[in-house]
Design a protein around this ligand. Structure first.
Ligand code: ATP
Length: 465
């Protein structure tokens, strides 16, 4: 009798253990699936993904399951994740609220609503316009001004509402809206106030005293490579943040990258969102838009625009900063377009004298014809050139690794004398054309940033491993 009872007991124990193991396994699979979904949810803020990625609880997940971003964030692990976090994240509790709301954008990716109050009182009663004109576009003049109440310097961008007989107020509203979305982006010029008169709108912007990088690297001497590395990192961080919020600039060029100071070389500020588009809606955006020298091949081919279109321009920008010459510029527009569509850029030692091969490799990874083959801004930050050459390229066109290192910190800002550049613009005409949804998935941003993850109870570790 006794042996029978003891056999029964041990089978019962065994059964209990077995059920426990099965239960744990099932729980593991369910939770892991939830988490993997979350890691691939492109609408989550970086901080939240970082928290997920940092979780001790997730350390057993194989690397192949991680998004590159999640993988890179996993390094900073501090806290584990609670089941409540997973639940709330799953229900969208922590999703980004700053992104362009697709109900506010039209088919061409133009935002139609803004939050900034529009002042209709006299601009000159609050600001003194001082010094020379800072810059000029086709329909805009930018002047330095000083706010009377604070004595603070700003740049006032005067934009005409009527352009070639057409009311373009909505274009200006879109530009304001994009600046609003980018207000937490440290590398985008900040918007202070907006005024409106019968003929114009005045955008009171942060003043970038260092002027355009164009004047520094084309008119003056080219930057030393270490400065280009720092500026490129900042451009990439700024653009990555825009792309995470589904905003594509579409006119990145040395005239639209300003500096907070020139001596010492300050930080960058991205300006001119007049051609930018919000690609959050369900439509593809195809437009002939941009500045000939800097446009990507897909623009010339009437193909769908995407964040990769900006990445091409960053390749051109880096080329210009390092060499002082424009890679595709021909004697006329036709020649320039031909050079772009054939990828005729000169990478010879004559042009890149004294420039590292990693820098050239970085440019080559971006100046590829197929937009799908261009790395994202986030990925670019992990290129060996920007990581101090610490990782050798695997081959010439694919040196990009998942972002794993924090790029160099930026130099501090300082207030030096402003430059007074007068850019020459050559904008192409615009032909809006939209079709269906297909490419939108590819151009969705990844994650947004900057919000701390709330403190919540931790999930018991034994549930998983
Ligand atoms: N915040 C600023 N601080 C200093 N200079 C600025 C600032 N914003 C613009 N500028 C100068 O003014 C120039 C023109 O500005 P911007 O590019 O915004 O106008 P624009 O939109 O190109 O005009 P358009 O689209 O009609 O051609 C810039 O290239 C730059 O030199």
């Amino acid at each position: 009798m006794l042996p029978t009872i003891s056999v029964l007991y041990s089978s019962y124990d065994l059964l209990q253990c077995y059920s426990w193991a099965v239960l744990t396994g099932v729980l593991h699979v369910i939770l892991m699936r939830n988490v993997m979904d979350l890691l691939h949810d492109r609408r989550l803020r970086t901080a939240h993904i970082a928290e997920l990625a940092c979780s001790e609880w997730l350390r057993c997940v194989p690397a192949s399951h991680w998004t590159p971003r999640g993988l890179s964030l996993r390094r900073a692990g501090r806290r584990s994740l609670s089941s409540k976090d997973v639940f709330l994240l799953k229900r969208g509790r922590y999703r980004d609220e700053e992104k362009p709301d697709s109900t506010m954008t039209n088919k061409n990716g133009m935002v139609m609503k803004i939050q900034t109050p529009i002042r209709t009182d006299s601009f000159k009663s609050s600001y003194d316009v001082v010094g020379k004109t800072l810059g000029r576009g086709k329909f805009a003049v930018v002047k330095k001004c000083v706010e009377k109440s604070t004595g603070k310097e700003h740049a006032a961008k005067y934009l005409k509402k009527m352009r070639r007989g057409q009311d373009c107020r909505s274009d200006i509203i879109h530009e304001i809206a994009v600046l609003e979305y980018a207000k937490s982006n440290p590398f985008v010029v900040s918007l202070h106030e907006v005024y409106e008169t019968t003929k114009e709108m005045i955008l009171v912007l942060e003043y970038a005293a260092g002027g355009e990088i164009f004047d520094q690297c084309v008119a003056d001497e080219t930057f030393p490579e270490r400065d280009v590395i720092r500026l490129t990192q900042q451009i990439l961080k700024g653009v990555a943040c825009l792309h995470r919020n589904n905003v594509v600039h579409l006119d990145l060029k040395p005239q639209n990258i300003l500096l907070t100071s020139s001596q010492p070389l300050g930080d960058i500020r991205i300006v001119d969102f007049g051609l930018s588009r919000c690609m959050d809606n369900k439509e593809e955006v195809r437009e002939i838009i941009g500045t000939p020298e800097y446009v990507a091949p897909e623009v010339l081919n009437y193909e769908a625009l995407s964040p990769s279109t900006d990445m091409w321009s960053i390749g051109v920008l880096t080329y210009v900063m390092l060499t002082g010459s424009s890679p595709f510029l021909g004697d006329n527009k036709q020649e320039t377009f031909l050079n772009i569509s054939q990828g005729n850029a000169d990478y010879s030692q004559d042009v890149f004298e004294g420039v590292s091969s990693l820098a050239i490799d970085f440019i080559k990874t971006l100046l590829v014809q197929d937009p799908r083959e261009r790395p994202s801004a986030e990925d670019c930050l992990a290129h060996p050139w920007l990581m101090g050459g610490s990782k050798p390229p695997t081959h010439l066109h694919s040196t990009l690794l998942p972002s794993q290192a924090e790029p160099e910190t930026s130099q501090s800002e300082s207030d030096s004398e402003p430059e007074s550049p007068v850019p020459s613009r050559d904008l192409l005409y615009m032909t809006p054309y939209c079709s269906s949804q297909r490419e939108m998935k590819a151009i969705r941003g990844t994650f947004s940033c900057d919000e701390p993850f709330p403190s919540l109870p931790e999930i018991p570790q034994k549930c998983v491993c």
